[in-house]
Write a protein that binds this ligand. Structure first.
Ligand code: SAM
Ligand code: SF4
Length: 389
């Protein structure tokens, strides 16, 4: 690894906790179920890996911390506290440092919310997934609707900033069923919601059932209608879509996730965590061992479990910045693109294709921002493929 770093940009920190109580049938995140979680070993190793990473980023301003998973609400609150203390003692900290923890709303974890707040967490993201008991069961969740609502009301008492996740475009779900569920969710919501369309990820139980014709998803037209309705209902309730799946009151957007989508630097530690870190004016992609046991041994032996570090080329960065930024309602800012990628945005893309995509109402370009239209948002991968030279 390179010894020094010359950048005063802010930096975000992602900490991955790889354990869950059960594996949900739709999920391909790096999450594992074990009889007993070796809490102490993982706590020590996460702290060690954090210290190693921070030694390379000492002059950066820490803008956010995100405990993701897996199920980080299964972590011991003291571990969360130690990690927060370690990061905030070793880096200068931005005003209103955002510290988010993803929590599952089972009763055991609900009892820990206060401890997480005392550990320094100031934003909670609850994985509610559905307010419909039948759907919750079909999604293989370990909690009930009642527990989810209880977790939410407790979280709202303890934290100013609370978000929750729902999964829609589920099998058989009609527009009017989703509208009712969404209205109910918005009545309960605080300042932020993440609303994901169910996607079939390879290697999951849902993928197997889908291939066997045992699971069906809404067709493309229905999905697009569901998305449009989601945007208009959330808007009616004062939450604006600021990213394809994320909705917030103005000013309550997730700073941490915005750092990813605006293609800013972030450190990623823990099994399988990715990072994007500027070192000596070069941007590196970093990756840690994905297998928790392999990750643990590597940290114990080497102080970190970095398994891949790659210098990103100008076109790598252009691709990634467009991939992330075109998800945002604000789009990609041309000046930031040039600063980050080293070339003007119009030099990185196929301009005649851009013209065609604008004419076909997939993209908007006003010389300052490049953004997707509603129609373009659901065709992002195809747009990128066409756009990049
Ligand atoms: C890191 S995951 C899970 C966090 C937490 N362990 C939980 O389950 O609540 C973050 C979110 O991604 C969403 N998600 C995961 N897999 C998905 C899929 N296949 N389709 C749509 N949304 C998905 C879920 O809403 C989930 O809460
Ligand atoms: S959705 Fe959450 S709880 Fe379920 S397996 Fe994935 S990370 Fe674990």
């Amino acid at each position: 690894m390179h010894p020094s770093l010359q950048s005063n940009q802010g930096i975000a920190l992602y900490i991955h906790w790889p354990f869950c109580l059960a594996k949900c049938p739709y999920c391909d995140f790096n999450s594992h179920v074990t009889k007993t979680i070796p809490q102490d070993d993982y706590a020590k190793a996460l702290l060690q890996e954090l210290k190693t990473a921070l030694a390379l980023t000492h002059n950066r301003i820490l803008t956010s911390i995100f405990f993701g998973g897996g199920t980080p609400s299964l972590m011991a609150p003291t571990t969360v506290q130690q990690l927060i203390e370690c990061a905030t003692k070793n880096l200068p900290v931005a005003d209103q440092l955002e510290i988010t923890l993803e929590a599952n709303p089972t009763s055991v974890e609900n009892q820990k919310l206060k401890d997480f707040q005392q550990a320094g967490v100031n934003r909670i993201s609850l994985g509610i997934q559905s307010l419909n008991p039948v759907a919750l069961k079909a999604l293989g969740r370990e909690h009930t609707v009642g527990q989810a609502i209880e977790a939410l009301s407790l979280a709202k008492k303890l934290f100013h900033r609370v978000s929750f996740d729902l999964i829609y475009a589920r099998e058989g779900q009609t527009l009017s069923q989703w509208e009712t569920e969404l209205d109910e969710a918005l009545a309960l919501a605080n300042d932020h919601l993440s609303l994901y369309q169910l996607t079939i990820e390879s290697g999951t139980l849902f993928a197997k059932q889908y291939q066997q014709g045992k699971l069906h998803l809404p067709d493309e037209i229905t999905s697009s209608e569901l998305l449009q309705m989601t945007d208009s209902v959330t808007n009616r309730h004062g939450l604006a879509a600021y990213e394809i799946s994320n909705y917030a009151k103005p000013g309550s957007e997730s700073k941490h996730n915005l750092a990813y989508w605006r293609y800013q630097d972030y450190i990623g530690i823990g099994p399988g965590a990715h990072g994007r870190v500027t070192i000596d004016h070069n941007l590196y992609a970093t990756e840690r061992y994905k297998n928790p046991q392999k990750w643990l041994i590597s940290v114990q032996e080497n102080g970190h479990a970095l398994c891949h570090q790659e210098l990103l080329s100008c076109m790598d960065k252009a691709y990634e910045m467009l991939l992330m930024g075109l998800r945002l309602t604000e789009g990609v800012k041309a000046s930031l693109f040039e600063e980050r990628c080293g070339i003007p945005i119009l030099d990185a893309i196929n301009v005649s294709m851009l013209t065609a995509l604008i004419e076909e109402d997939y993209l908007l370009w006003d010389q300052t921002y490049l953004k997707t239209t509603a129609k373009g948002k659901i065709r992002l991968n195809a747009i990128l493929e066409a756009l990049l030279k």
